[in-house]
Design a protein around this ligand. Structure first.
Ligand SMILES: Nc1ncnc2c1ncn2[C@@H]1O[C@H](COP(=O)(O)OP(=O)(O)OP(=O)(O)O)[C@@H](O)[C@H]1O
Length: 227
């Protein structure tokens, strides 16, 4: 479902004399439906960079990044937008939303974008918010003023609203209490059981061991290691 081959990335620092920072070379990764792979490696090894390349936020300098039938490395922006709507979900660490949009709508929005009827989209959003213990009195409010943990749970509810065939998870349990952490682990397990291919960064070693089938150490893809 997610297949990377020969992926390379360098950053060019235009505001610092055009310095070139090679971060990754020859990165290969294969994630099958129903599989969860954890990206590991020391801080700065390139875990986030690899996730952002899979999502199409950073453009790879070389290689192929196949997600479903789309090569993200060479896709047009409109193809990436369609891929993100239908195939590839992303739970980032921080919630970024348009101010003043109620929480319920923030969570229902990915389903509405797919043409799901408003009533069922809102029902699914309500189910996820309840499961993630966001009090119902908060649902009509914008999540911009919510606590860090509340915002993360809204973000997770939004990321799991649609049954994406592929999912990227950036520290999904980072600022959660044990009860909500357990809910998130169950959501991940359910996504795997329905066949989602998942790539994640989990600093929570216990969570990683529970939901991930294997680990991929991205340090082996540093340009020095690949040379
Ligand atoms: N936008 C950017 N511009 C320039 N350099 C960048 C950019 N993003 C990442 N880098 C560099 O790429 C390298 C890898 O960073 P990345 O954030 O992917 O590491 P990481 O493994 O996710 O680290 P951490 O565990 O600390 O989050 C770092 O040296 C970083 O400075």
């Amino acid at each position: 479902m997610i297949e990377l081959s020969g992926v390379a990335k360098s950053f060019v620092l235009h505001n610092q004399g055009g310095a070139v920072i090679p971060v990754m070379a020859g990165a290969d990764l294969s994630v099958a439906p129903g599989e969860c792979v954890a990206l590991t490696g020391a801080s700065g090894a390139g875990k986030s960079t690899l996730m952002r390349m899979i999502y199409g936020n950073y453009r790879a300098n070389a290689g192929r990044i196949m997600v479903g039938g789309t090569d993200v490395a060479s896709a047009e922006p409109r193809e990436i937008i369609a891929l993100r709507r239908e195939v590839l979900g992303y739970v980032s660490q921080f919630l970024r939303v348009v101010p003043r949009v109620p929480t319920l709508d923030v969570v229902a929005e990915p389903l509405l974008a797919l043409g799901v009827a408003e009533e069922s989209a809102r029902a699914r959003a309500a189910e996820l918010l309840a499961r993630l213990n966001i009090p119902e009195r908060l649902w009509p409010l914008s999540p911009t003023t919510f606590s860090g943990g509340e915002q993360q749970r809204v973000n997770i509810a939004r990321g799991f609203a649609h049954d994406y065939p592929a999912l990227l998870l950036d520290e999904p349990t980072a600022s959660l209490d044990p009860v909500n952490r357990a809910v998130v682990l169950e959501l991940i397990e359910a996504a795997k059981a329905r066949g989602a291919a998942i790539v994640g960064i989990f600093h929570d070693a216990e969570a990683r061991a529970r939901v991930c089938d294997r680990e991929e150490d991205v340090s082996v893809f540093t340009p020095q290691a690949a040379a």
